[in-house]
Design a protein around this ligand. Structure first.
Ligand SMILES: Nc1ncnc2c1ncn2[C@@H]1O[C@H](COP(=O)(O)OP(=O)(O)OP(=O)(O)O)[C@@H](O)[C@H]1O
Length: 271
C-alpha cells in the first residue's frame, strides 16, 4: 500500500463523482446531550465542501467521528469507500486532518515537526525534506522554520498544522475552522494552497461559521443545526432563492438572533 501518495501534487484515488464521505445513521450522545442526531451525509469527491452551523450544532463532533477521532454511538462512516471504524489505519493514511484546537509538539521547531510527522507517515527522509521545503515556502513559514512551535502565533500554528495534514498527500483533507484566528494575509495563503489542492481533484471538507468565506470557496455545502443536517447539496441548491448563503442559513436554522430588547439597558452610555 502506498501511504505516501504519488508525487508532490495530490493524487486522488477516488473517481470524480464518487462519494469521498458517506455517513449513515450517525449518533453521538454526551450524557443527556444528543450532539449528533442520526446524520446521513454524502460528500462528493473532488469538491470544496463547507460544513456550516451555529455554535453547538454538532460540526466538530461529526468531523471527529468521520476522521476516526471519536467513536460514534451508532452509525457507519465510509471515507473514500473504506469503513473508518473497521479499518482506521487504512483510512487515516488517506486523509489529512486539522482538528479544532490542534495541539502541536511545542518543543519542536516547525521544521522538526514536519520531519517528525513525515517520518511517522512512512515517507522517506529525502521526500519529507523536499515536501517540507515546498510547504514551508508556499505557506510563508520558511523564515520561522527553526523557531520552536511554542513561539508561533495562532496563524503560524494553523499553517503548520495544515502543512502536517498535507505532507503525505492525502485524498481528503478535513479542516475544523481553518481560518479562525488567522489574519487576512495568512488566510489568503491558506486559501491559495487549498484551491490548488482541490484543483488537482482532491477533496476538502471544512467547517466554518463565516458564510461569506464558505460561499466564496465551496461548491458544496452541508448545513447542520441541533445535531441534524438541515440541507446539503451544491451551493446554489442550498442557497435556493435566497440572496446569500447567510440568508439561506438563517432561514434553515430558524435563527432570529436573540435581541436584547429591554435587557442590558445598563450597558453603554450613562445611567
Ligand atoms: N466531550 C463532550 N462532552 C459533553 N458535551 C459535548 C462534548 N463535545 C461536544 N459536546 C456537546 O455537543 C454539542 C455539539 O458540540 P460540537 O462541538 O460538535 O458543536 P459545533 O457545531 O462544532 O460548535 P462550535 O461551532 O461552537 O464549535 C454541544 O452542545 C456541546 O456542548
Amino acid at each position: 500500500m502506498d501511504t505516501a501518495g504519488g508525487g508532490s501534487a495530490a493524487a486522488p484515488a477516488t473517481p470524480p463523482g464518487a462519494a469521498a464521505v458517506r455517513v449513515r445513521g450517525l449518533w453521538k450522545r454526551f450524557g443527556e446531550q444528543i450532539a449528533v442526531h442520526g446524520v446521513d451525509l454524502d460528500l462528493p469527491a473532488g469538491r470544496f465542501v463547507g460544513l456550516v452551523g451555529p455554535n453547538g450544532a454538532g460540526k466538530t463532533t461529526t468531523l471527529s467521528m468521520i476522521t476516526g477521532l471519536l467513536r460514534p454511538d451508532e452509525g457507519t462512516v465510509e471515507v473514500v469507500g473504506r469503513d473508518v471504524w473497521r479499518d482506521p489505519a487504512d483510512v487515516k493514511s488517506r486523509i489529512g486532518v486539522l482538528p479544532e484546537g490542534l495541539r502541536l509538539f511545542e518543543r519542536l521547531s516547525g521544521r522538526e515537526l514536519l520531519t517528525f510527522m513525515g517520518r511517522l507517515r512512512g515517507l522517506p527522509v529525502a521526500e519529507v525534506e523536499r515536501r517540507a521545503d515546498e510547504l514551508l515556502d508556499v505557506l510563508d513559514l520558511s523564515a520561522a522554520q527553526h523557531k520552536l512551535v511554542i513561539d508561533y502565533s495562532t496563524g503560524m500554528r494553523k499553517k503548520t498544522g495544515l502543512a502536517t495534514a498535507l505532507l503525505h498527500n492525502p485524498e481528503v483533507l478535513f479542516l475544523d475552522e481553518p481560518f479562525e484566528g488567522v489574519d487576512p494575509v495568512s488566510a489568503q495563503t491558506i486559501r491559495g494552497v487549498l484551491e490548488r489542492y482541490t484543483a488537482s481533484g482532491a477533496t476538502v471538507v471544512f467547517s466554518s461559521h463565516v458564510m461569506e468565506l464558505v460561499e466564496s470557496l465551496c461548491d458544496w455545502v452541508a448545513v447542520m443545526a441541533a445535531g441534524r443536517v438541515r440541507a446539503h447539496g451544491p451551493l446554489a441548491e442550498v442557497r435556493g432563492g435566497a440572496e446569500s448563503l447567510q440568508e439561506a442559513f438563517l432561514r434553515l436554522v430558524g435563527a432570529q438572533g436573540n435581541p436584547a430588547g429591554p435587557r442590558l439597558e445598563w450597558l453603554g452610555g450613562t445611567a
